[in-house]
Design a protein around this ligand. Structure first.
Ligand SMILES: O=C(CO)[C@@H](O)[C@H](O)COP(=O)(O)O
Length: 217
């Protein structure tokens, strides 16, 4: 199956956000990746459910919402009501990860778990059977335009191995510093969904940028 591409709107021009999203959809985006930051869990503040609800009518494609926030349980219903299809929470931000993942499931959408580059993959092994997506941060979360951290690929390989051994079907996603070159390494390690911000939105021809990342294996 071909690798999915999820443009991260963090790198889009927010003054013309609808046009930016339509442009990457026309260019072949599979998911739209939406970064929610609270200025506490990460040192940056971005968007919340209000903006998500104005993105929802633009497309039926998957809205992949990455919560980089403290106390995610408190906001799950808001993001579900606003139209998220996948809601991904940080293992590092959840005191009771199992409860949070099941709250998302019970709210009727797909739960995902994400870990930072320095977090051991063993931390999420017990929750793998409950999630639809495992997101590996290949930069420290908070900002676009950072350099890819290649050591994360060993964790991707381990998760792909566990998926096979345990007969599970979650998708493996990588996010941060993804470009034509690093996409190749991600795909070889077992990544199914590549999140890319600058490598897509900083290009004039988004269709070509998406094609180059997707076909980099
Ligand atoms: O979640 C994040 C950053 O915290 C990412 O989604 C970035 O938005 C990816 O940007 P690039 O590294 O592709 O520019």
């Amino acid at each position: 199956m071909s690798t999915k591409i999820a443009p991260s709107i963090l790198a889009a021009n927010f003054s013309i956000l609808k046009e930016e999203i339509e442009d990457v959809l026309k260019g072949g985006a599979d998911y739209i990746h939406i970064d929610v930051m609270d200025g506490h869990f990460v040192p940056n503040i971005t968007i919340g459910p209000v903006v998500l609800s104005s993105i929802r009518p633009i497309t039926d494609k998957t809205l992949d919402v990455h919560l980089m926030i403290e106390n995610p349980d408190q906001y799950i219903q808001d993001f579900v009501d606003a139209g998220a299809d996948i809601l991904t929470v940080h293992a590092e931000a959840c005191t009771h990860l199992h409860r949070t993942i099941h709250l998302i499931k019970e709210a009727g959408i797909k739960p995902g778990v994400v870990i930072n580059p320095a977090t051991p993959v063993e931390m999420i092994k017990p929750i793998l059977k409950d999630v639809d997506l495992v997101l590996f941060m290949t930069v420290n979360p908070g900002f676009g335009g950072q350099s890819f951290i290649p050591e994360v690929l060993d964790k991707v390989k381990q998760a792909a191995k566990w998926r096979e051994e345990l007969g599970l079907s979650f998708e493996i996603e990588a996010d941060g510093g993804v470009n034509e070159e690093t996409a190749k390494q991600c795909i070889a390690a077992g990544v199914d969904v590549l999140v890319a911000g600058s490598a897509i939105f900083n290009e004039i021809d988004r269709e070509n940028a998406i094609k180059k990342i997707r076909q980099s294996n």
